[in-house]
Design a binder for this molecule. Structure first.
Ligand SMILES: [Zn+2]
Length: 334
C-alpha cells in the first residue's frame, strides 16, 4: 500500500516521504504509537518507496504500488526487505536478529535499499536488543532499520538513543470508520459503531464483534433519547434497564462497560457540536439526526455533567460495583 493510500497520520507520512526522497531519513528508526493504527503498514510503504522502480509515475513523491518491486514488497517476498516478527513463542529470537544483521551487511540484491522491519519490537529480549545495538548505531550503507512498537518503554535506553523515534497518534474515529468501510467491507452504521468504540485503533475495532458494537451504541442512543426531554423517574429507570441488558450475570459487566463507552462517545459528540467543532471530528457522524435532536435538550453544562457521570460510572464498574446499581444511578445523572 502506497503512502497516499494510508489513512491518517498525514503530516508524519509527508515528512517521512520528503526525507526519504531527499535522502535525509535517518537509517535507524522507531515507529512508535498505539496498536493497530497503521505503523507496520507505513514501514512496508517506506520499503516500497525506497525500492520502487517507477517513482517517476508519482513525480518521485510516493511508491507507484504497481511495479514488480512494490508488489513483491507488498506480498512480503522481496529479497531486500526483511520482516522480523515474534513467532508462536511471542518473542523475537536472537538468531532471527543475527541473521537479519548478516543479510543487511550485503549490498541490496534486487532493489536500491535493504530494509529490515522489526514488528512488535518490544518482543526482542535484552540479548536480542543488545545484538542490534552496533548495527543501529551504524547501519551498513544502503540499509534501513525500522523498529515498530506500541511499547517503546520496553526497549533498552541504548536502543532508543540510537534511533530516531517517529510517533504515530491514534486515528480519528472517522478515519477508523473510513478504513473499516474501504478495506474491511463494513456497512456504514457498523463501521461508525465500531469506530466510535475503537479508541482510534483499527486493531481494536476489528477485535470486537460488529453486533456488540452496534448493540452498545443502540442502547446508549436509546437511553439518551428517553431521558433527553423527560425527568420522569419511570422513564429513567427503564432507560437504565436498557443499559444493563437482559439478565444479571457476569458478562453484564462487560456489556455495560461497552455501552457506557458508547454513551461517552455520543455525549462527547454532543459537546463537539455545541462548540461548533468540525463535522469530521464527530465519532458518530452517521447518527447526525439523533445528535441534532439531542442537542436541543443538552446545553454545555448538562453535557459536561453527563460526561463526568459516565466517567464515574465506568470507574465504579471497574471497582466491582453492581452493574444494576451503576446503571440506575447513572440514569438519574444524565
Ligand atoms: Zn513501484
Amino acid at each position: 500500500m502506497a503512502f497516499r493510500d494510508i489513512t491518517g497520520h498525514r503530516h508524519l507520512l509527508d515528512l517521512i516521504v520528503r526525507a526519504t526522497v531527499r535522502g535525509t531519513l535517518p537509517p535507524s528508526l522507531i515507529f512508535a504509537g498505539p496498536e493497530g493504527v497503521g505503523k507496520r503498514m507505513a514501514a512496508v510503504s517506506l520499503a516500497q518507496i525506497m525500492n520502487c522502480t517507477a517513482l517517476e509515475k508519482t513525480g518521485g513523491k510516493d511508491a507507484c504500488g504497481e511495479c514488480a518491486a512494490c508488489k513483491r514488497i507488498g506480498r512480503g517476498v522481496h529479497a531486500d526487505v526483511l520482516m522480523l516478527e515474534p513467532g508462536e513463542t511471542g518473542i523475537i529470537k536472537i538468531d532471527q536478529v543475527r541473521d537479519a544483521i548478516e543479510r543487511a551487511a550485503y549490498r541490496p540484491f534486487e532493489g536500491r535499499r535493504r530494509v529490515v522491519i522489526v514488528d512488535d519490537a518490544e518482543s526482542l529480549n535484552g540479548d536480542a536488543q543488545n545484538a542490534l545495538l552496533k548495527t543501529l548505531e551504524e547501519p551498513p550503507p544502503a540499509s534501513t532499520f525500522v523498529l515498530v512498537t506500541a511499547r517503546p518503554d520496553m526497549l533498552l535506553p541504548t536502543v532508543l538513543s540510537r534511533c530516531q523515534r517517529l510517533r504515530f497518534g491514534r486515528l480519528a474515529p472517522a478515519e477508523v470508520a473510513d478504513i473499516l468501510m474501504r478495506n474491511h467491507e463494513y456497512a456504514e452504521g457498523d463501521a461508525y459503531a465500531a469506530a466510535s468504540l475503537s479508541d482510534g485503533s483499527i486493531g481494536r475495532a476489528l477485535e470486537g464483534g460488529t453486533d456488540e458494537f452496534v448493540d452498545a451504541r443502540d442502547a446508549a442512543a436509546s437511553l439518551l433519547e428517553s431521558v433527553a426531554t423527560s425527568s420522569d423517574p419511570g422513564r429513567r429507570l427503564s432507560g437504565a434497564k436498557v443499559l444493563t441488558g437482559s439478565a444479571g450475570g457476569g458478562s453484564d459487566r462487560e456489556e455495560l462497560a461497552r455501552r457506557l463507552c458508547a454513551l461517552s462517545s455520543i455525549i462527547r459528540d454532543l459537546g463537539a457540536l455545541l462548540s461548533r467543532a468540525d463535522q469530521r471530528c464527530l465519532a458518530n457522524q452517521d447518527l447526525r439526526p439523533l445528535l441534532d435532536r439531542l442537542q436541543k435538550s443538552f446545553d454545555p453544562d448538562r453535557v459536561l455533567r453527563a460526561f463526568s457521570a459516565v466517567d464515574r460510572a465506568l470507574a465504579a464498574l471497574e471497582r466491582n460495583a453492581s452493574p444494576k446499581i451503576v446503571a440506575d444511578w447513572l440514569a438519574f445523572q444524565i
